[in-house]
Design a protein around this ligand. Sequence first.
Ligand SMILES: [Zn+2]
Length: 242
Amino acid sequence: MQKEFTFRFYSILNDFLNNDQKQQRFKETFKTPVTVRECIMAFRIPVFEIGKIFINENPASLKTELNENDRCSIYPHLRTIPSNNIAHDYNFILDAHLGKLARYLRMLGFDTLYHNNFQDEEIRKIAEEEQRIVLTRDKIIKSTPDPSYYYIRATEKHQQLKEVVKFWGLSSQIKPFTRCMTCNSKLIKIQKKEVLHKIDDDIADHFNEFYICKKCDKVFWKGSHFKRMEKQILDLISNNEN
Ligand SMILES: [Zn+2]
């Protein structure tokens, strides 16, 4: 039997809603019996981002079955507001859809695990063992609420990086060229003369600062790619209050 309910989603959960549902109470009809979890999934909101649930002002859970005309208020996890004065020490693990974002996070010095054939179960296990934040484009990677999981809203890689830096308040901890973009190991600074045999002549002519990954032997320098990224990050930091 179809019954009508009222919903109000708060804060970042609005990102998943249609425009006529955002930041306001709205009515929706579901076939009953229906649980709060089933409604949330029907709105295509990842369950791992759900914090507190209230029905008619009373605390409820994902398993609660709705009764006709119930009013549901659904909140994301409570987070401390990112502050540039507080040093967080966030480490990340990314799902298989986010390879480019993984490289960019490493470029800025963040410890970021990624493999293009990571399985969901492997990601969940490593995240728990190593206390890593899971950044994902998979809404069903975890079916229970968990504040260490975050669904990346943006689809474009630069926007994704901005989103992560802003959401997790990382702008004061950016340490470019401390981590290998390919394998996530720490980089060390190296004299140009020691890497001449690994780089093209025009690179050697134009750059003087070089870094090497002792694990995979890759050489890095602050080329045009890095300069673009650096500008975008500076733009982001200066717009951080918006
Ligand atoms: Zn490496």
